[in-house]
Every structure is written in C-alpha cells, then in structure tokens.
Design a protein around this ligand. Structure first.
Ligand code: F0G
Length: 467
C-alpha cells in the first residue's frame, strides 16, 4: 500500500526578518522647520542632537540593537555578586568557546579594552600597524605617544572598486613597516574585523592567516579588534573559497586561532547595549592588564559591567553568529545599496556588514575638502528625513597631533544599522530620502568649524554652514 506523498514545494526565496516583535518603541517625527532649528541648536553636529529629534537613527550600530527574549531572560536571572558572580562565568565560558583565548578580562566597552592594552603594552615612539585603526583605537595608541599606522590594501582606499575583502592588510607594506621600524618598536600588529573606518569591509581568512604568520615570524603578537567578528565570519562563508560549508561559529574559531588576543566591543556583535572585553593568551600581559583593570574598571569578574550585561553578552555572542540573522542583516543593507546604486548615488562598493557608506566627496564635488563634503551630506540627510548618520572623513580623522588639518583619505557618510531594529519599510523611507538629497545635491553648501576639542573633535565640535 503506498502513502500519498506530500507536495514538494521549492524553498521560498523571500528573506524575512528572522524575528517577530513583541515590544515596540515609538519613532519620533518632526517637521522640516523643527529639524532646521534643531540642527542649528546642535551646532550643525548630529552628535549633539537629542535622540527625540531624530526619526531614523543610523548614527551607530553600537549598543543600539534590540535584545532578544533569551537575553532578557538571562538578564532577569543575573547574579550581581561583586566577586565571582555566576553571570561572569557564563560570559567567560561563551567568550572562551567562541574566541578560544586563555584570559578573559571584562571591560565596560571596547575602548576600555584598548586603553588597558595600550597603557600596558605600548611605549612612546612605538608603531602599531593595522588595516585601519578605528578612531578610539588610534586615539588610545596616540595617547600612549605611539603611531597608529594604517596598511589597508590599495583597493580598500578606492570607494568604487569592488573587491570581496577590501579590509585586507597590504602584506608587503606590513613587511616593509617591520623592516623599517624594527621588531622592538612594534608592540603588536592589529587587524580590525570588519574594517569599520575603511567602509565596514571584511578581511579574508587567508589575509588573517598571513598577517598572523608575518607577525609571528618576527615574534610580534597579533591582536584582533573583534567588534564585528560575526559579520566578518559571514562574509568569509559567502565570499571565500572553501568556507561555504563551514558554520559561522567554526569560521570565527578559526579566525581567532591565529591571534594572540583580541579587543572587543560587545555593543556590536555582542548584541548588547554595553560591555566588552580584552582576551589574551599571554599570562604575564594578562596579569598586568588585570592590575590596571582593578585600578580603573573594576574587579576582574565584572570589569565595569553589571551581572546582567554579562548575561546579555553570553547569549548575544551566539545570536550574532546565527546564520538566518546574518543573511537578513547583510541582505537588507544590500537592498538599500541596490536602490541607491541604480539611481547613481555614489556609495562604497560593496556595502559593508553593519553599514552603508555614501561617498561625500564624489557626491558633492563642488564642496572643497576643507568645507567637509561628507559632513555637509550628513546634515542634508537630517534636514530631508530626520535621518541621523555620521561623517567618517575629514572632521573625524583630519585633525593632526600638531593641530594642523589634512583631508582624510576617504570622506564618507556612514549609515550604520542597529541590529534587529529597523524593518523593510524603514529602508524604503531611507532610500526615498537619500534619493531626494541626491537629486538636489548641487544646492548643498559646505561647513566650517567654529569650535573644536584638541582630539576626537567630531564628537563635540560646533560648526556653521558656509553661505
Ligand atoms: N573598534 C571598532 C572597530 C569600533 O567600531 C568601535 C566602536 C570600537 C573599537 C570601540 O568600541 O565604542 O565599545 O568603546 N565603534 C562605534 C561606532 C562607536 O559607531 O562605530 P566602544
């Protein structure tokens, strides 16, 4: 007797948000007049806007994600003991399982891990090579009176060039830097995955392996800035030969197996609102870092985090590696990129894992570098649609230690996407606003700085439009 078989349907192609919503947060709307007044009051600096003056907030993907019901469950059941909290041991076990390092030093966020590492390991006159240092990493190295040197491949500096791993380090330049500077003045080599300041571009496993080999040949430790390790793992899975059948977890483990440690901001691929860690294999270095941790962050089983933060991260690190989530995340950014590219909007190609970058210099050629085209574009997006983005260009990176200014190699506007927060209609709204600004780009004017801090000026600078 034969059983009637089920109909055989092909797999569906629509990629959907791999979650449903059970707690919502209202979005704020404003009129064009309200936005003009708000921007003027904020010194034409989107960092100084109040969040309730913003409709779609793409300032950062850092600490802005939506947490899952499992993360909340962990948070409610947290252990807030000062020393030896079970929440710490869950956090430590997750970090060791994924990253594989011997010592896990909790910190309140990524830059605290960077500061501790730089304070302990970096001497005045040292050079720290990376693909591209993120601004806080650069500032912490410069604060230790050392040089943060960016060695990304040439393609990584050319916004329109399509390359699967534009975050790769130029290996010849790394070898030349080591030969020129000498091993004694290089405390460690870094790689930022994905390369945030270079357009959110991934680094291939072949490049990670090669950087590790070169550093280790010279006895130099290799440290990874791991903020977006899960997105980088997904790009390796989908773009690098030989990894399609490996899970993102396996890929992540392989990445970190080549390194001696990492700094991590759990506000990104830790899926948490706050937190981070420094993880290291070297006992002696870890000991010194823990001593400094106690002085400035907290006891080694919390390091500036609440127990519930560590619970959120212990769950979040695995959720960030979920392949349905990563597929949806990368696809939704690509969806926006396709709409913009079809209309001729210049973006960094291909779009990154956490963000899409508009090329300010290419879109606004009538605005000279010293009047900040990308900054001016970011302000236009706010005026058009209440969209808050961030300039990654000359205001952020142009200020030199001696007080002079140099145009940044790329002058970009970053639209960074909070994790699990915005849906497809928000992306359609964004596309409409960006296309409107693009259509009227010739009317956008530049800006000048009227006040700035001596370093990391973009956070607090006040500007005015050039009329
Ligand atoms: N490294 C990278 C690559 C980052 O993107 C960030 C933060 C940090 C380190 C520092 O981590 O904020 O936890 O202290 N990036 C945020 C951003 C601020 O908007 O890209 P943190």
């Amino acid at each position: 007797m034969s059983v009637k078989p089920f109909l055989d349907y092909p797999p569906l192609k629509t990629i959907i948000e791999p979650f449903r919503v059970r707690s919502v947060e209202p979005i704020c709307f404003s009129t064009p007049e309200e936005r003009r007044a708000a921007l003027a009051a904020a010194g034409y600096n989107p960092f100084l806007l109040r969040a309730d003056q913003v409709t779609i907030d793409l300032l950062t993907d850092s600490g802005t994600g939506a947490m899952s019901s499992r993360q909340w469950a962990g948070m409610i059941a947290s252990d807030e003991s000062y020393a030896g909290a079970t929440s710490f041991y869950k956090f430590e076990a997750a970090v060791k399982d994924i990253f594989g390092f011997k010592h896990v030093i909790p910190t309140h966020q990524g830059r605290a891990a960077e500061r501790i590492l730089a304070s302990v390991a970096v001497k005045p006159g040292d050079v720290v090579p990376s693909n591209t240092h993120f601004d806080t990493t650069r500032a912490n190295i410069e604060y230790a009176r050392a040089e943060a040197r960016d060695l990304v491949i040439a393609e990584g500096r050319q916004p329109q060039v399509i390359h699967p791993f534009k975050g790769n380090m130029d290996l010849d330049r790394l070898r030349r830097t080591i030969a020129e500077v000498g091993r004694e003045r290089i405390p460690f080599v870094m790689l930022t995955i994905t390369n945030n300041s270079g357009g959110g571009q991934p680094v291939s496993l072949a490049n990670i392996r090669a950087v590790s080999e070169i550093a280790h040949e010279h006895g130099i430790p290799f440290i990874i800035d791991a903020c977006r390790f899960a997105e980088n793992s997904w790009f390796i899975k989908t773009r690098e030969d030989g990894y399609a059948d490996k899970s993102t977890l396996e890929i992540a483990r392989e990445i970190f197996s080549y390194a001696d440690g990492c700094t991590m901001s759990a506000k990104k691929d830790g899926m948490a609102n706050i937190g981070g860690f420094l993880a290291l294999n070297d006992d002696d270095l870890a000991l010194h870092c823990r001593n400094l941790l106690i002085l400035t962050e907290g006891f080694p089983t919390y390091g500036g985090m609440a127990g519930y933060d560590m619970e959120a991260i212990a769950v979040g690190l695995y959720e960030a590696l979920d392949e349905n989530y990563l597929r949806y995340r990368v696809r939704s950014i690509m969806y926006l990129a396709e709409k913009l590219t079809a209309a001729g909007v210049p973006i960094v190609q291909p779009p990154g894992g956490h963000a899409l970058y508009l090329d300010g210099r290419a879109m606004l050629p009538h605005i000279p570098d010293h009047q900040y085209p990308a900054w001016s574009l970011a302000n236009a997006l706010y005026l058009a649609g209440g969209i808050r983005s961030v300039e990654i260009g000359t205001v952020m990176f142009g200020q030199q230690p001696d007080g002079s200014e140099r145009p940044a190699p790329l002058d970009l506007v970053r639209l960074a996407f909070p994790r699990r927060v915005y849906m497809q209609s928000h992306f359609d709204y964004l596309a409409e606003a960006i296309l409107l600004v693009h259509d009227r780009r010739e009317q956008i004017t530049g800006h000048r700085i009227v006040w700035q801090a001596p370093f990391l000026r973009h956070f607090t600078a006040r500007l005015e439009p050039v009329r």
